[in-house]
Every structure is written in C-alpha cells, then in structure tokens.
Design a protein around this ligand. Structure first.
Ligand code: GLC
Ligand code: GLC
Length: 811
C-alpha cells in the first residue's frame, strides 16, 4: 500500500494523506541553519548543533506523536483548522505534502480556502523562510484570520527539557513592528537571539504560550485560533512562543502571499545592545529585508534548485528501471548529504542531544558525498582526524559546535581509527588532492600535539597491529562496528551504558570484523605510503596485511563462514559451535570485500551461508539464531528482543557489504537482488509494513524473529545511505574513482542490456554507455573513448571542463 508517489520530474515525493504510518520527514538547510519538518508541519530548527543551539522546541515522546512545529492556524467564520492537518486534525477537502530537495510544501484546503505553506532555508542564510499562500477558491468573498505559531527552545535542548526550576523564570522576548525576538539569556553571556517575522503589518501577536493556548488547552484547541483573536501577550518567563495574528480579506479567486522568517543572529560582543536591555536588531532587519517579496523568495528557491542540480548532476544514470534511477539520481545522494550534515544527531529517532558526530559514522558517510562536495569532505576529514589520540585511538564521537571529542562516550572502539584511512583514501581517489596528507592535524584537539594527516593514518594502521590478541587478530576494545557486541563489558548494573563500561581488561577478546576491515583499508594506506616515496613503509604495511589475511583464514573461518569474534574467555562467537548467534553478517561482507578467501573458495562459501541462513524477504539479518536471553559475555547485543536492532534485526548498514562482496566474486544477480531488497523505492508498495519514508533508508528493519517483521525504524541517519550508494554506483554499476582515473568494472544482473552514466570526475565529464550484448554479469571486453579504443578499463583523468564519450562493452 502506498501513501503517495514519486514525482521524479520535480525531484519530490508527494504524500497524499497526512495519516502516514509514521511522520514522514524532510530536512531543511545545507550549511549552518537546519530544520526537520514532517508531512504535517511538525519538527524543529537549530543552528549548527542540535543540542547546544536549539531554536524551537520539540517534544520527543509526545502524545500524540509529532505535536509541535511550524503551524499556521486558519480561523474562518468560527471554524479553525491547520493546512498540514496536525495539530487541529480537522478534515481537509484536499491535502498534499511535497518533500523536495531542501524544501517542503504542504497544502490544505477546507471550505473554499486553500492554504499552502512552503518552508526552506535559503543558501548561505541563517533562517528558515516560510511562504504562506492563502487562496479563496470559493465564489464568495472571505474574511479570515491567520495565526502563525512556533515555540522557542531556551537554546540548550538538554537543559531546556530538564532544568525547569530555572527555565520557567528566564524566558524573555521583544516585540517590534511585525517581528518577535526571542532573547532568553541574551542579558548575560549569550550574544545570539532568534526572531520570527512576517512581511506585513500584523493585527495582533502572542509570545506567551499559556495565553495563546488558554487554560487546559493543547495545540489542537488553542484559544486564539478558536476565537480568532490574538491575546497580545508578552512573555515573561514560562514558555515563550511566537505567533502573529493577521486578518485577510479575499475576493473570490484571490490569493495572497505572506513571507514569514525564523532567523538566527549573533552579534559581536560590543554591538550586543541598542540601549539598556534592548537588543541590537540591525542584522535581523537586514535579513528580513532580503526576503520581503515573493520575487526574492522565488529567486532563492531557484538558487536552491540549481545547487541541488549541481550536486546530483555529478553522477546520474539513465536506465529503464525508474526505481533504480530515482534512487541513484535523487534520493540516495540526497540522503547522503543529510547524513553529512547531521551525522547521527537529529532525526525523529535521534533527539539531537544524545549523539554528536561519530568518528566511524562520519568517515563512512563521506563515501557517499565526497564526489558531491569534495571541499567540505576535506574539511570534515581534518575535523575528524583532529579528535584522534596520538596513539592512533579515537574519541568515538565529537560535538559539531566545539569540534572537540566527547568525553562522555570516550574511546576504545577499536575499529574507529581504520575508517579514517578509508575516508581519506576515498577523498584522494575522488580529487587527486594528495596535499591533504601534508596538512598539520592536531591530536586530541591539540592536547597531544600534532602531526601530518599521513602520520595520523599511520597511527590508525599501527593502532591495530599494536593491539592484537592471542590469535593475532585485532583486539575489539569496547566494541567494533557493532556497538552492541561488548565483549569486555560484563555489565550487571541496570542502566549502565554498554558503550562506556569496561569491567575487564580487554586483552583477549578479538574481532574478525576488524581483521577484515584492516585487510580492506590497509592497502590504501600502503598505496599512499608508496606514492609518498615511502617504499619501505609500504612493504612493511603489505607484510602486515598479508599476515592478517592468513591469520583470518587460519583462525577466523569456521568451515562455511567467517567467525565473528573470540570473547574474553577465548571462546568463539559466530560459530556453528554456538547455540545462538552462529553466523553474523559483518565479517562475511567485510572479509570478502577485502578479498580474503576469494581464491581459496572461502568467500563463496561464506556468501552462500549468508543467503541460506540470514536472508529474508526484507533483507539480510545481522545474525542467527537470535539471542533469546542476556549473555553477560556479549553485552548489549543480547539485550534487544529477538529480531530488533543488533539482535538479528536487518541492520541495513551492513547489507551493502554483502552486495559489494557479491560483486567481488562476480555474482551480479545476487548483488542486485540484495541491493534492491532494502532500497526504499523498491519498498514503496509495502509502506504499510515498512512504515518509514519510502524515499530514504532506515537503519533497521525488523528481522524474522521479531513480532513486527519487515517494519523499519530509525529512518534517515544511517550509514546505509553511503554504503548502498557505494554498492550501487561503484560495485554494481561499476564506476569506481581510483588514484589514476575512473575504473570501469560493472557487476550487473545478466538480463540487463545496458545503461548510461554521466559522471563528473576531477572537473571533466564522462558520458559512459555500458553495453551488455552477451548478457554477462562481469568482465569488460572493450573500452573506447571518443571513438578510439583504449587498452585499460581505467579511464584517464581528463582536462577539467572537457567532456568525453565512453563506450564500454561487457563480455
Ligand atoms: C549505529 C551506529 C554505528 C554502529 C551501528 C552498529 O548505526 O551509529 O556507529 O556501527 O549502529 O552498532
Ligand atoms: C545503541 C544502539 C546502537 C547504537 C549505539 C550508539 O547501543 O543500539 O545501534 O550504535 O547505541 O551509541
């Protein structure tokens, strides 16, 4: 069952009912100012950091769900309603939500009045702009009132939800003309405020939530909207809000447009005040001026569309499969950019206060957006590396506002350092910018000195070889990629964090996954060393990698698949010898991606075991059989009920590893099958089961053991976006950025006749036609560039600005 449809021409998903199975959201903003907005206009906004600079309030865990956002109440002759349906939930004669790239447009119609609210953050601008169009589609004149509404957050979202004894006394606003300024704590150390404006004279306002709502009322029945009259309240403590009241007279057929703006301003210390306790509003006024007219809004919307066309145009496919095209051309790269902006901080499942930027997550996310925004990827790599410790270890997370490692979570996740190699290598392959390796980068934000980025990569590499266990496999530390496989935790204390508790010394538990990752990432480190003329270092690294490959085959294979780990007591995990958790997905994917056991036939065995034991109609489960009880020696993984999250859920992030692994052994049909099983566009028809947005990946789909098998959770902020993007664009479609050019090496379903890709690479445009006359999965028979055959399947780097026709024949 569907709740909308893809409008590919407009690059939108169109939702046709407000009653989606869950709020289906979108993101606004690309640089500093961000918003989350649902299909019923719920959500919130923040400046740079969802925890430390929250502008509007949002109550997670609210009842009803998603109650709070950017609302426009219409009062029409005693009747009142909201165009996004929520929160008033009055029946609408027409409803539509269009989630587009960086904007959301919601339309509601009732009793001959049509209201459209469109929200976006203009490029390079620290505000959300809402253009509201009110149209009289009846044949008699109408006199209506419009009441805007949003609720301010007192900046620190965590403090705002916990420190009521103070916060209920500190709220302050100023009102001048049509603008409401939120200035809580500006009187002391803050130098920033928020404002909510509208581009016309207002007939009333409210800034005090209790006055707007009236005693005992919720957002569904605010007194101001039901009576059609603002209270002109001035907040003093309690809960500051912003609401404009505007009367409109509309002739039949007439439409009026209003422009609202929620903006953020920082003033220099010496320019904070206009006069005693009156804030300096000059910057806000200039911003409001910039969007005073519809023409200004339209031109900013056109700029936003051009920005996205530019980003998405870096890689596009022409194929006969619409679902594939919309994933590759629109939604997957779009989601990759959202994960670039948010990491795992703010979504409808991430509260914006729990997690900063993850070290491993951000490095993996990079794989999905580096070709779109190489400069910002460069900056991101430096930011991440700056939180690394001088022994190569890493803070697991850092805060985007301060760019400092997060002490509360600490370090000790032994896969973390390696991802820096993979992220940096992807950046250099894309750009050819080896200079990044010479950048001087701090350790622990300068507390432990600094060194070149190349030296950071060396420490990452050595961190593995310096921390080996009894079998010569890497020690796992607190956890590896699987945050919930906590082999040194042994927690018996309710509520204790599995990620930050280490009760045992960590000198024995080993990870086969990290071994696979080491053999996968290591060669890039060796190659970069060689390209810096460090031949001895390259050879040393290659010896270590070879050694790890052999150890993995000797001690990390269990007959038909790769083992997962050895626990604290040296017992196997992910082995046929175990009663539960006999086979795990992660080492099968990563060891084969690394090429371990491909020649020896182990890889094929491992992938067949995945197919036979882990695959379901909805994707590949993390492990089987699910853990039915808590295991002290395994940690958080065994705390989840069977079928959810890391305990045998379909943890989408690692499905693409299997897809890519299938291409390593040349099985194009299997590769595409596993890709499409979790690609959202292919799941649109089962939206009532899947329940999350059909245009983006979710972190998890409930597995076979779960009560609600096939139901997704944690949409948007997941490494799945980057990895399934790599899986489809590089491994399956076969366009692979490499150090010396663009390697073409597809691995596709045999039935495919071919497809066309346009790829920009280091400034040149490659128009590539892949033809499959013999219906093979893999193997490049011939390559011609601009009509002339070339020997290799690596397309050379061309002059920036040039465009080239490439024909690749498989066979
Ligand atoms: C979450 C984390 C990620 C981890 C994964 C598996 O997605 O953000 O870092 O690898 O869970 O536990
Ligand atoms: C929880 C989640 C896991 C996530 C981790 C991050 O353990 O279950 O998926 O990676 O938190 O801190």
């Amino acid at each position: 069952m569907k709740f909308g449809y893809f409008d590919d021409a407009n690059k939108e998903y169109v939702i046709q009912t407000p009653k989606t199975p869950y709020p289906w959201i979108n993101y606004l903003g690309n640089e500093q100012f961000f918003g989350l907005i649902s299909n019923t206009a719920g959500g919130y906004s923040f400046y740079r950091d969802a925890r430390l600079r929250r502008l509007t309030r949002y109550r997670y865990n609210n009842v009803p769900l998603d109650n709070g956002g950017r609302y426009f109440y219409v009062h029409d002759e005693g009747d009142y309603w909201t165009p996004g349906w929520m929160p008033v939930k009055r029946d609408l004669d027409f409803y539509e939500c269009r989630h587009g790239l960086g904007y959301t447009s919601i339309t509601g119609e009732r009793n001959g009045l049509k209201v459209n609210q469109l929200a976006f953050v203009p490029l390079g601008f620290n505000a959300e702009v809402y253009r509201v169009k009110v149209g009289n589609v009846s044949d008699s004149p109408k006199r209506v009132s419009l009441f805007s509404y949003l609720e301010f957050c007192l900046w620190n979202a965590h403090d705002d939800m916990t420190n009521f004894q103070r916060n209920l006394s500190i709220g302050e606003v100023e009102i001048e003309d049509s603008v409401i300024y939120h200035k809580t704590e500006y009187r002391e150390r803050r130098n920033h405020y928020a404002y909510y404006s509208v581009n016309r004279r207002i007939d009333g306002f409210d800034t005090d939530r209790d006055t707007f709502l009236g005693a005992f009322n919720g957002l569904d029945t605010p007194q101001v909207a039901s009576e059609g009259k603002s209270g002109n309240s001035v907040a003093s403590g309690w809960s500051p809000i912003a609401s404009h009241g505007i009367h409109l007279e509309l002739a039949p057929g007439e439409e009026q447009s209003l422009i609202f703006m929620l903006g953020y301003v920082e003033n220099p210390q010496e320019e904070k005040w206009e006069s005693l306790n009156v804030i300096n509003k000059k910057p806000a006024k200039a911003m409001i001026e910039a969007f005073a007219t519809d023409a200004q809004v339209n031109s900013a919307l056109a700029d936003l569309a051009a920005y996205w066309d530019g980003l998405l145009g870096k890689y596009s496919i022409q194929s006969s499969d619409d679902k594939l095209s919309r994933m590759v051309n629109i939604w997957n790269p779009y989601q990759c950019m959202v994960t670039f902006n948010m990491s795992r901080s703010a979504s409808y499942f991430e509260s914006g206060i729990g997690r900063g930027m993850g070290f491993r997550d951000s490095n993996q996310d990079l794989l999905g957006f580096v070709h779109q925004i190489p400069d910002r990827a460069r900056e991101r790599i430096i930011d991440i590396a700056s939180t690394q410790f001088d022994d190569g270890g890493a803070y697991h997370q850092y805060q985007p506002l301060t760019k400092q490692g997060n002490n509360e979570v600490g370090s000790g996740f032994n896969d973390d350092p390696l991802w820096l190699i993979t992220g940096t290598a992807a950046y250099i392959k894309e750009t050819g910018d080896y200079g990044i390796l010479d950048e001087d980068v701090p350790f622990d934000s300068g507390r432990q000195g600094s060194a070149t980025l190349f030296e950071h990569l060396k420490r990452s590499f050595d961190h593995v070889t310096n921390n080996l266990g009894p079998h010569g496999l890497p020690l796992i530390g607190r956890a590896d990629w699987n945050d919930c496989l906590n082999l040194n935790c042994f927690s018996e204390e309710p509520g204790e964090s599995f990620q930050t508790t280490t009760n045992l010394d960590g000198k024995t538990a080993e990870s086969v996954f990290i071994a696979g990752l080491f053999v996968f990432a290591g060669p890039d480190y060796a190659e970069l060393a060689r390209r810096r003329g460090l031949e001895d270092e390259a050879t040393r690294a290659e010896r270590e990698i070879e050694n790890m490959r052999n150890i993995t085959m000797a001690h990390g294979f269990d007959g038909d698949w790769f083992l997962r780990a050895y626990d604290y007591h040296g017992e196997k995990i992910g082995s046929r010898e175990n009663e539960e958790g006999q086979i795990f997905i992660e080492p099968q994917g990563f060891c084969v991606m690394a090429g371990i056991g491909v020649e020896e036939g182990l890889a094929e065995k491992a992938l067949n075991s995945v197919r036979d034991r882990l695959e379901t109609d909805y994707g590949i489960m993390l492990q089987q059989p699910a853990y039915s009880k808590y295991y002290l020696n395994l940690g958080e993984i065994s705390t989840y009920p069977p079928g959810y999250k890391e305990n045998a859920g379909i943890f989408c992030h690692n499905n693409p590893w299997v897809t890519i692994a299938e291409t390593v052994i040349g099985r194009g049909d299997r590769a595409f099958e596993t890709y499409a099983k979790i690609a959202p566009a292919y799941l649109e028809d089962i939206s009532e089961v899947h329940r999350m947005e059909p245009y983006v990946y979710s972190q998890m789909i409930a597995g076979r053991d779960a009560v609600r098998e096939g139901e997704a959770k944690n949409s948007w902020l997941t490494g799945t976006a980057a990895w399934n993007y790599v899986a489809i664009t590089q491994a399956i479609l076969g366009i692979q950025p490499d150090y010396d050019g663009l390697r073409i090496d597809p691995c596709i379903p045999q039935a495919w006749d071919g497809y066309k890709i346009t790829r920009s690479f280091r400034g040149a445009e490659y128009k590539i036609s892949i033809q499959n006359p013999d219906h093979v999965s893999k193997g490049v028979k011939s390559v011609t560039v601009d009509g002339s055959p070339i020997e290799s399947n690596v397309l050379p780097v061309f002059e920036a600005g040039s465009s080239h026709e490439v024909v690749v024949v498989l066979g």
